[in-house]
Ligand binder design. Structure first.
Ligand SMILES: [Zn+2]
Ligand SMILES: [Zn+2]
Length: 252
C-alpha cells in the first residue's frame, strides 16, 4: 500500500540524505532554471503546468471536462489508469533534459520528491514498482535508465518494492518522435515482455515522459500476459501533442 510521507522507509531517507550530502559538496542548481541553491525552485514550481483536473479517467489526457477521451472509447487501453504529474514544457522539460541528456542523476530523486505527495493522493494499491526499459543498446550508450532514476526513489517514498527486471524489450523499436498515434501503437506493439512473479500483483510502471501512452499500453499488455492483475502507469511529464510536434527532442 502507499504510505504517507511521514512513514518513509529508511531506504528513502538514506537516499535523500545521500543526495543532500552531494548537494552540500556540490551546491545544486535548479533543474528548471539553473538558479543556484536548490534542485526545484519555487519559481519553477509555480510555472509548472500540473495535470490534475479534467482528465480522461483512463489515459489521463487533458479533456474539456472529466470523462473518457475519444481514443479510449475507440480502443480501450489495457492499463487501469495512466497519469502524469505535469505538462512536458518549460521548467519540467528542462529538468527532464538534465536527467536524460546531461547525466544529472540527482534530478531523478528531486523529481520523485516533487511528485511524491501527488502520487500518494492517487491512492493506487501498488504491490511493485517498475520502469519502462531502454533497449540494451540505448542503456549501454546512456549508462543508466532515466525512468528508473525517478521510479526507484519514488518506490522507496511509497514504501513499495522496486524491481527493474520485470519488463524487457523484445525487439528494438524506432524512435516515437514524429510518428502519428496509429504509427506509435504499431511501432511498440509486442515490443516488451515481462518476467518475474507477477501472479495477482498490481504493478506501477514509471516513465519519465509520456506522449500517447502507446509505450505504456504495450508494457501493461506484457505485464498482464505474464500474470499481473492490474497495471497503473505514471510519468513525471506528458507531452501535449502540439508541443511535441513543434519541438521534437533529440533522439539520444
Ligand atoms: Zn527554477
Ligand atoms: Zn483516454
Amino acid at each position: 500500500m502507499i504510505t504517507s510521507g511521514l512513514q518513509k522507509r529508511p531506504a528513502a531517507v538514506a537516499y535523500h540524505l545521500f543526495w543532500n550530502a552531494v548537494d552540500w559538496v556540490f551546491p545544486p542548481t535548479c533543474g528548471g532554471c539553473n538558479r543556484t541553491g536548490e534542485r526545484w525552485c519555487e519559481q519553477c514550481q509555480k510555472s509548472t503546468l500540473l495535470l490534475a483536473e479534467n482528465l480522461c479517467e483512463r489515459c489521463g489526457n487533458p479533456l474539456p471536462s472529466d470523462g473518457h477521451c475519444p481514443e479510449c472509447d475507440r480502443q480501450r487501453p489495457v492499463f487501469t489508469a495512466l497519469r502524469s504529474f505535469c505538462a512536458y514544457q518549460g521548467p519540467a522539460r528542462k529538468a527532464i533534459h538534465r536527467l536524460k541528456y546531461q547525466r544529472d542523476l540527482g534530478m531523478g530523486e528531486a523529481l520523485a520528491q516533487v511528485m511524491s505527495p501527488w502520487v500518494a493522493s492517487l491512492q493506487w494499491p501498488v504491490d511493485v514498482v517498475t520502469s519502462v526499459p531502454l533497449s540494451p543498446a540505448r542503456l549501454k550508450q546512456r549508462g543508466y535508465n532515466q525512468a528508473s532514476m525517478i521510479a526507484l526513489p519514488l518506490a522507496w517514498e511509497m514504501g513499495v518494492r522496486f524491481d527493474s527486471g520485470l519488463l524487457h524489450r523484445a525487439r528494438e523499436t524506432s524512435s516515437q518522435v514524429g510518428l502519428s498515434a496509429a504509427e506509435r501503437i504499431k511501432n511498440v506493439d509486442g515490443a516488451f515482455y515481462a518476467q518475474g512473479n507477477l501472479r495477482g500483483k498490481t504493478v506501477l510502471v514509471v516513465d519519465d515522459v509520456i506522449t500517447t501512452g502507446a509505450t505504456m499500453n504495450s508494457c501493461a499488455s506484457a505485464l498482464l500476459t505474464a500474470g499481473a492483475s492490474v497495471v497503473f502507469g505514471l510519468s513525471f511529464a506528458r507531452a501535449l501533442l502540439a508541443d511535441h510536434q513543434v519541438e521534437p527532442d533529440p533522439i539520444f
